[in-house]
Design a protein around this ligand. Structure first.
Ligand code: ADP
Length: 713
C-alpha cells in the first residue's frame, strides 16, 4: 500500500478496528440520504465545497457520502487524509496543507486538485474504535476555530449514531429476513399442509353432505330416542317407586364383584341392613354370607348367564348382632348388555321363613302325633269332605276287626256299629261336617272278624278348606272296651246297691209319714218337727239313690225316651211351684213365652229340677232365681239364672262330666255326687238339644238348654 504521508498511518489496533468496521456492514454500500444530508449540512455550515463521510478500510477509504468530489466512491488509504484523521480521537485539522510536511507528497495537495484545507472528525464507535471520518475539504486555506471543531465532532457523532442505527436496522432486517425465511419455509410447509387440508376439506365437504342427510335421519332418531328416554325416565321413576315399596325384595348387583347398585326396603329388611350398604360389594356388606352357598351361586349366574331359582333356601343373616335363620324363595336373573354379556344380576326374593317355620312346626307336631298315636294304640282317620274318601290308619282298622291290608270304607265302618248307636254316630259326624261342631262319641261295635262287642271312643274335628288343603274331617279313636267293662261292673253294682237301698228307704219313708201324721194328731210338736226333718233327709236320700239308678241305666243304655207334645211354660210353672213348697229360702221368678215342645216330659222335668235345685244349693239365701224360656230359631231356649257363687272358666268345660264336682271352700259343705249335670247333659243330648253355662265366679251362673220346638208350633 502506498503511503504518501511519510509517517505510519496504520494504528496498532488496526485489525480489530477493521473487524469492527466490517461489523457495521457499510463498506461498498450505495449512498444513503441520511449520510448525504449530514455531508450537505457540513458544507453549508462550514461553507466548504467538499464534505465526505469516509470509512477507512484496510487498503481503501470508502466514501459513504460524497458532496463535491464528483462520482468518486473511494480512494487509496495512502492518499486519503482521513487515514490520518483516524489515528487520534480529536478532530484533525490542516488549515493550510502546503505548510504541512506530511502532506507535501500527497497528490491531492501537490496535484491539480490543489487541496489546501482539511478538517476531519473521527467516527468513534460506542466501544472506542475509530472507523472513519466526517470531514470537510477546501481548495483554499482556512482558519478552523475550536467551535468549528466541536461542530464537526458533533456532526461526526450524528453520522456515527446514524451508522449504529443503520446497523441495528440491518440486524433487524436480517433477523426479519431470517424470520421471513423461516416463515417462508414454514409457509412452504403450510402450503403443503394447506394442500392436504384442502383435500381433507374437500373430503369433509362431501362427508358433510352425507352427514347432513344422515344428520336428518339422526335427528329423527334423536327425537324418537328422547321420547323413549322420557318414557323410560318416567317409567323408571315409577319403577323405582314401585320397586322401593314392593312387597317382594329386589336388588341389582353390578359386575362380577357384585356391587349393590340398588336395594329396596324389603331386601334391606331381609338383610337386616340400612341403605348405607348401597355401593358396597355384597361380600363386604354381608360378611356372614361367607361359607353359605349364595356368593358361589351368584358367581355361576354371572359366568354362565343362566338364571338360578332357589326354593326355601336357608340363609343365616345378621340382624341386630344376632345370626337369624331366614328362608328365601328367590331368583338370580342375569342382566345382559346389547352384546349379550352379563353385566349385573337382578335379585328378586320373598321371605318364606314364617311359612317354612310353620310347616316345620306342623311336621314336628305330626311326627309327635304319629308317635303319640302309635304309643297310645290310637287309631286315626282322615276323610275328604267333598269326595267322602275315607282313609283309616292300620290301627283303626284293627280296632274295627279288619286286617291292616283290608279296605275299610266309611260305610263299612258304620256297618260295624251296634244297633241303636248307628244313628247317633251318623248324626254326630254330620253335625261336625256341616256345622263344624266337635265330634266326641262313644259307641259299641261288633268286631268285623270275630263279631265280639267292643267299645270305641272317638274324637274328631272338621277342618275347613284354606285354598291349599280341601276341607276334611279327621280324628282319633281308641278301644275303650276294658274301661267300659269296668264301668259296666261299677254301674251294675251301683244299680244293684241303689235298688237294694231304694226298697228299705221307701218303707222307711212310709213309716215316718205314718208316725208324722200320728204326732200331728196328738199335737206332739217336738216329735212332728223331728219326723219332718227325717222325712226331708229321707227324700234327699231318695233323690240320690234315684240319681245313681238313672246313671246306671243310662250307662247300660237302658234309658228310653217317651216323647210327647206339651207346653214347656206350664211344666216350668209346675217345677217352680214344687220347689217353692220344698224351699222358701229363695225368690223364684218366671218369664216364659207360650211354647210347645215334643220331648220326654218326665226327663225334662228332671233336668229342670236339677238346674233349679243347683241354683238354690249354690246361692246364698234370699237371692233371686229367674227362670225363662223363649223361642230361638227352631228351638226353645230355657234358662235358669242365679245370683250364686259362680263357676271358674276352667271348671265350666268339665261340669257336665260324670262325678265332676268343684271342690272348694264354698262347696265343701254342700252335699252331692256330681251326677246331676251329667244326667242333664245326657238327657238333653238325646233330645238333640244343647246344654251350656255362662258364669263368672262371685257373679252367679246361668244354665241354658235348648229343645227342638214341636212341628205344629
Ligand atoms: P252336685 O250333686 O255336686 O251338685 P252336679 O252335677 O249337679 O252335682 O253339679 C256339679 C258341680 O257343678 C257341683 O258340684 C257344683 O260345684 C257345680 N254347680 C252346679 N250348679 C251350680 C250353680 N248353679 N252354681 C254354682 N256351681 C254349680
Amino acid at each position: 500500500m502506498e503511503n504518501t504521508f511519510g509517517i505510519n498511518i496504520i494504528p496498532e489496533n488496526d485489525d480489530a478496528r477493521i473487524a469492527v468496521l466490517k461489523r457495521y456492514k457499510i463498506l461498498d454500500t450505495p449512498p444513503e440520504h441520511a449520510f448525504d444530508n449530514v455531508a450537505k449540512l457540513a458544507t453549508q455550515i462550514f461553507n466548504v465545497p467538499i464534505s465526505l463521510v469516509s470509512l477507512v478500510d484496510t487498503e481503501q477509504v470508502f466514501f459513504k457520502a460524497n458532496v463535491g468530489m464528483g462520482n468518486a466512491r473511494s480512494t487509496s488509504r495512502g492518499l486519503s487524509l482521513c487515514s490520518l484523521a483516524v489515528l487520534k480521537d480529536e478532530v484533525t485539522v490542516f488549515e493550510d496543507a502546503v505548510h504541512e510536511p506530511c502532506l507535501l507528497a500527497n497528490p491531492l495537495v501537490s496535484g491539480a486538485f490543489g487541496l489546501k484545507f482539511y478538517a476531519g472528525a473521527p467516527l468513534i464507535t460506542h466501544d472506542g474504535f475509530l472507523i472513519g471520518t466526517m470531514c470537510i475539504v477546501d481548495k483554499v486555506a482556512r482558519n478552523f476555530s475550536e467551535a468549528d471543531r466541536n461542530i464537526l465532532a458533533g456532526l461526526a457523532k450524528i453520522v456515527m449514531d446514524e451508522i449504529e442505527l443503520r446497523l441495528q436496522a440491518i440486524d433487524e432486517r436480517e433477523k426479519q429476513i431470517s424470520i421471513n425465511e423461516e416463515l417462508a419455509a414454514a409457509n412452504e410447509e403450510q402450503t403443503a399442509t394447506n394442500e392436504e387440508l384442502a383435500a381433507t376439506i374437500e373430503e369433509l365437504a362431501t362427508t358433510n353432505e352425507e352427514l347432513t342427510s344422515s344428520n336428518q335421519e339422526l335427528e329423527e332418531i334423536r327425537i324418537n330416542l328422547s321420547e323413549v328416554l322420557n318414557r323410560l325416565v318416567e317409567s323408571d321413576a315409577k319403577a323405582r317407586y314401585i320397586i322401593s315399596d314392593a312387597p317382594v325384595a329386589i336388588s341389582v348387583l353390578a359386575g362380577r364383584e357384585l356391587i349393590i347398585e340398588s336395594a329396596n326396603n324389603k331386601i334391606l329388611q331381609i338383610w337386616g341392613k340400612d341403605n348405607s350398604i348401597i355401593g358396597m360389594r355384597l361380600e363386604a356388606a354381608l360378611p356372614e354370607l361367607e361359607g353359605q352357598p349364595f356368593l358361589g351361586i351368584l358367581d355361576q349366574v354371572y359366568i354362565t348367564g343362566i338364571p338360578y331359582y332357589g326354593t326355601e333356601l336357608k340363609a343365616l343373616l345378621h340382624h341386630r348382632d344376632k345370626l337369624e335363620e331366614i328362608y328365601l324363595n328367590f331368583v338370580y336373573h342375569p342382566v345382559k348388555d346389547m352384546t349379550g354379556v352379563t353385566n349385573s344380576i337382578l335379585v328378586v326374593a320373598t321371605d318364606v321363613t314364617e311359612q317354612v317355620m310353620a310347616r316345620h312346626k306342623v311336621e314336628r307336631a305330626e311326627e309327635m302325633l304319629r308317635m303319640a298315636t302309635a304309643a297310645a294304640d290310637v287309631g286315626t282317620w282322615h276323610m275328604d269332605i267333598e269326595s267322602r274318601n275315607f282313609t283309616p290308619s292300620p290301627k283303626l282298622k284293627e280296632i274295627f276287626g279288619f286286617n291292616p291290608t283290608d279296605e275299610m270304607s266309611f260305610q263299612a265302618a258304620l256297618e260295624q256299629i251296634a244297633d241303636g248307636y248307628k244313628d247317633k254316630v251318623t248324626f254326630a259326624v254330620e253335625e261336625s261336617i256341616t256345622k263344624g261342631k266337635e265330634y266326641h262319641v262313644e259307641y259299641p261295635i261288633l268286631d268285623f272278624n270275630d263279631k265280639e262287642l267292643r267299645w270305641v271312643k272317638a274324637t274328631g274335628k272338621t277342618y275347613i278348606s284354606d285354598h291349599e288343603t280341601p276341607s276334611f274331617f279327621s280324628g282319633v279313636a281308641v278301644d275303650i272296651t276294658e274301661q267300659k267293662q269296668d264301668e259296666q261292673r261299677k254301674n251294675d253294682f251301683i244299680a244293684m246297691v241303689s235298688h237294694e237301698l231304694k226298697t228299705p228307704l221307701t218303707s222307711l219313708k212310709a213309716y215316718v209319714q205314718m208316725l208324722l201324721a200320728k204326732a200331728k194328731k196328738s199335737e206332739d210338736i217336738f216329735t212332728s218337727g223331728a219326723l219332718e226333718k227325717v222325712l226331708v233327709q229321707a227324700n234327699k236320700m231318695g233323690k240320690l239313690i234315684q240319681g245313681f239308678l238313672d246313671v246306671a241305666r243310662l250307662e247300660g243304655g237302658k234309658i228310653h225316651l217317651n216323647p210327647e207334645t206339651f207346653k214347656i211354660d206350664k211344666l216350668i210353672k209346675e217345677v217352680i211351684a214344687e220347689n217353692n213348697i220344698i224351699s222358701s229360702s229363695h225368690k223364684l221368678t218366671f218369664e216364659c213365652e207360650d211354647l210347645t215342645v215334643h220331648a220326654d216330659k218326665d226327663k225334662i222335668e228332671q233336668v229342670l229340677n236339677n238346674l233349679v235345685s243347683n241354683a238354690i244349693k249354690y246361692s246364698p239365701k234370699g237371692k233371686n232365681i229367674e227362670i225363662s224360656c223363649k223361642k230361638s230359631g227352631e228351638n226353645v231356649q230355657i234358662s235358669v239364672k242365679d245370683e250364686g257363687i259362680g263357676i271358674k272358666q276352667q271348671d265350666i268345660n268339665k261340669l257336665f262330666e260324670r262325678f265332676y264336682r268343684i271342690e272348694n271352700q264354698q262347696t265343701e259343705r254342700i252335699s252331692g255326687f256330681g251326677i246331676g249335670l251329667y244326667l242333664c247333659f245326657e238327657i238333653i243330648q238325646r233330645h238333640h238339644g244343647h246344654i251350656w253355662v255362662e258364669s263368672q265366679p262371685g257373679q252367679g251362673s246361668t244354665f241354658h238348654f235348648t229343645l227342638p220346638l214341636s212341628d205344629n208350633q
